[in-house]
Write a protein that binds this ligand. Structure first.
Ligand code: XIL
Length: 366
């Protein structure tokens, strides 16, 4: 049936606000890039529940892998010592399976979105028990069901040193090697990644390289590194990205872009430290009534150039995942200032492809 309408398919869906029409270009990211790398999106609980009709239509058509935006984080799975509730995360995995999507698990070890009880643990011994049990329980539960894990997320400072966190402070610098070793034991067939933002920047990259080498020298498996890719329009660090892909790949591991979005709103810092916030000020939400054409074009140019670069190194890239399906879902509408209107992804709030979508498709055809 689909073959009869190769150019534009109009799909009628029942949205919450009555009947709505979503026009979707027939071009598909996953098909266009099928010989190159996986193309993914982070999805939310609402989308797993199929309460977002725009995502319901776009996800299976455009992507072949998904990452849970929040559902597998520590505080989502456990809120009391020894008690785990996998029901929502399991629903996410079922959704992925039903839609033929691979799954990247996100994330086993992260200092943010930890349950309060774990933050309050005083003794190093008890904290080690929590850490060990958590990895065994979660990575074991999803062994064979997720294709990759972000084993450790954001363990580095901008200067490449290890970030102060309950993990570093209670377990010592070897905790990252331990985390990979524990995961490897219970999930022998899952690809294991270290994930961070700004780890394409020279100093942080050097720290990241040292970390990867340390894991390898301990005889522990690491399959890849995730560069989150929370960048800013007109300021993509193309040279650093390229240099990072080359350096990381030279260690014998794959590179994934794991949380791609390009912010168009003003920000006075780079990266994606979720604990950072900005104050509302004059001009902090400039595009509430729409994105100017000049910015739309810059966004499209940035995305086009980025995918051209990634294609040049496709043998080193395993996956590119966007941090959200469409602009309406993006976390950037609420971070680092709540309630702004951002436009960082390839599909607009109605699910229509933006110029940026077409530049990503065109990057492949050039
Ligand atoms: C973000 C989610 O998108 C938000 O919904 C949540 O409130 C905070 O976390 N780096 C990461 C992701 O590794 O887990 C973060 O996701 C964005 C930054």
């Amino acid at each position: 049936m689909k073959k009869l309408f190769p150019f534009v398919i109009v799909i009628l869906l029942n949205g919450c606000a009555g009947t709505r029409q979503i026009k979707t270009a027939a071009g598909s990211l996953k098909d266009t890039y099928k010989k190159d790398f996986l193309i993914g999106a982070a999805i939310s609980w609402r989308q797993v529940e199929e309460k977002d009709p725009v995502a319901r239509e776009l996800v299976p058509r455009q992507f072949n892998t998904v990452t849970p935006e929040n559902l597998m984080k520590e505080m989502e799975l456990t809120s009391a010592w020894g008690t785990y509730d996998f029901s929502r995360a399991d629903r996410f995995v079922d959704f992925a399976k039903a839609n033929h999507l691979q799954v990247n698990g996100h994330t086993l070890v992260w200092h943010s979105q930890m349950p309060d009880f774990a933050r309050r643990i005083q003794s190093a011994d008890s904290f080690r028990t929590f850490f060990t049990d958590h990895i065994r329980k979660v990575a074991g539960h999803y062994s064979g069901k997720v294709q990759s894990w972000d084993v450790v997320n954001e363990a580095l400072n901008e200067d490449g040193t290890l970030r102060s966190s309950p993990f570093l402070n209670k377990l010592g610098a070897n905790y990252i090697v331990d985390a990979f070793k524990l995961t490897q034991e219970v999930a022998p067939n899952t690809a294991l990644y270290y994930n961070d933002y700004n780890n394409e920047q020279p100093k942080k990259r050097a720290g990241c390289m040292a970390l990867i080498k340390k894991i390898q020298q301990a005889g522990v498996r690491i399959d890849g590194v995730g560069i989150q890719g929370h960048w800013h329009v007109g300021k993509l660090p193309f040279k650093d990205i390229e240099e990072s892909i080359l350096q990381y790949a030279a260690l014998g591991i794959k590179v994934a872009i794991t949380e791609l979005d390009i912010e168009v709103l003003p920000r006075n810092f780079t990266g994606a430290d979720v604990s950072r916030r900005m104050n509302v000020g004059a001009g902090s939400d400039p595009y509430a009534n729409g994105l100017p054409e000049t910015v739309q074009k810059q966004l499209a140019d940035d995305y086009g150039q980025l995918f051209a670069l990634l294609l040049r190194h496709k043998d080193k890239i395993s996956r590119v995942t966007f941090w959200g399906v469409h602009d309406g879902q993006s976390w950037l509408n609420n971070w680092p200032i709540a309630g702004r209107t951002s436009y960082p992804l390839l599909f607009d709030r109605k699910g229509n492809p933006k110029s940026a979508f077409y530049s990503v498709i065109k990057a492949k055809k050039k």
